[in-house]
Design a binder for this molecule. Structure first.
Ligand SMILES: Cc1cc2nc3c(=O)[nH]c(=O)nc-3n(C[C@H](O)[C@H](O)[C@H](O)COP(=O)(O)OP(=O)(O)OC[C@H]3O[C@@H](n4cnc5c(N)ncnc54)[C@H](O)[C@@H]3O)c2cc1C
Length: 308
């Protein structure tokens, strides 16, 4: 983590994020990329890509290697981090990760699609017992009973953290061979969540296919974070982040690219949008700097810009 804010932070290391980071670097911006897994891990699953320009039917693995090789060649800084939230601050954005925050003047969201639908009831209780980030939300469940749904082994650390502050934790691992935990953690392996039930104000129960769990809260530790949760007031239409032709979202300084902006979910489109987002972010920063130099207020921005 840099003490000074980055100029552009890219969230997601798929084709869109890698393309955005490379183009931001070409524009000589101080850039960081945050990716929760390995770079390009989704594309690696594609057996064969027949519609990428300039390469005849590479496998997803081959194409991913090419992307990551170029990324490494550019010596772009990246960290294995899961971004849990983006918060506007004075002239910068704070990107919350497990152990702190990254700070950046512009942000490009390139988080792809998680492929997970909301559970029935989930959207009704976001912030009212439904939580996605243990670091951010665990305190409100001190001494209470919670359920944790873990989509990957990474969630186990969250379960341990919750076990230290909650009276009881029921863990539903949605993967094979979960680890063992302490006394106050009950592991329900092989069970799937079906619905979130509440009293209109707060979550009261998690329903499984054949069981009902009375709990005060449910942590859903998904592989990604739904775009609407990542940043409040970010405009989302039909599950995709709404962007204009320049990949700008409704929030000045925040851009988006790739599958998270909607269909078609394709590599070439993701890479192209990543480039546009980076160029737009660079122009946005250049305009802010010009305004600052002229001592005028920033365009379209309601935040105070602090120069670092
Ligand atoms: C089996 C398969 C076959 C395919 N075949 C083709 C094909 O033939 N042709 C084609 O064009 N496309 C194909 N695709 C689609 C292609 O893989 C996607 O369109 C492309 O990867 C989208 O790129 P992206 O960068 O937008 O998203 P992704 O590649 O999904 O990258 C998003 C990244 O963001 C990361 N992330 C998510 N949330 C966070 C967070 N909160 N913090 C940090 N990181 C986060 C994810 O881990 C992920 O690595 C195929 C996909 C699959 C799975």
């Amino acid at each position: 983590m840099s003490e000074k804010p980055y100029e552009i932070a890219v969230i997601g290391g798929g084709p869109a994020g890698i393309s955005a980071a490379i183009n931001a670097r070409v524009r000589n911006k101080k850039v960081v990329l945050l990716e929760l897994e390995d770079l390009c891990h989704k594309l690696r699953h594609a057996p064969q890509i027949d519609n990428y320009l300039g390469l005849i039917s590479p496998s997803g693995q081959e194409l991913s290697e090419r992307f990551t090789e170029q990324f490494r060649h550019m010596a772009i800084e990246w960290h294995k981090e899961r971004v849990a939230g983006i918060f506007p601050q004075e002239g910068t954005f704070a990107l919350q990760v497990k152990d702190g925050f990254y700070s950046s003047r512009a942000v490009i969201i390139a988080v792809g699609i998680s492929g997970e639908d909301y559970l029935p009831g989930e959207e009704d209780y976001i912030g009212k017992g439904i939580a996605y980030c243990v670091t951010c939300d665990s305190r409100q469940f001190k001494g209470k009973e919670v359920a944790v749904v873990g989509h990957s082994r990474e969630a186990e650390e969250d379960v341990r953290a919750l076990a230290e502050i909650c009276r009881r934790v029921v863990y539903l691992p949605l993967y094979d061979h979960p680890s063992g935990f302490g006394e106050n953690v009950e592991v329900l392996a092989g069970k799937k969540p079906k619905a979130i039930i509440g009293d209109g104000q707060r979550v009261t129960r998690l329903e499984l296919e054949d069981q009902k769990l009375d709990v005060d809260g449910v942590f859903l530790i998904k592989e990604g974070v739904p775009a609407s949760i990542l940043m409040s007031k970010l405009e989302v239409k039909h599950g995709a982040i709404a962007v204009d032709n320049g990949m700008a979202t409704n929030i000045p300084g925040v851009f988006a690219a790739g599958d998270c902006t909607g269909e078609p979910h394709q590599t070439l489109k993701a890479a192209g949008q990543g480039e546009i987002a980076a160029l737009s972010a660079a122009s946005y920063l250049d305009q802010l700097d010009q305004r600052l130099q002229k001592g005028k207020q920033a365009p379209q921005s309601t935040v105070t810009i602090t120069r670092h």
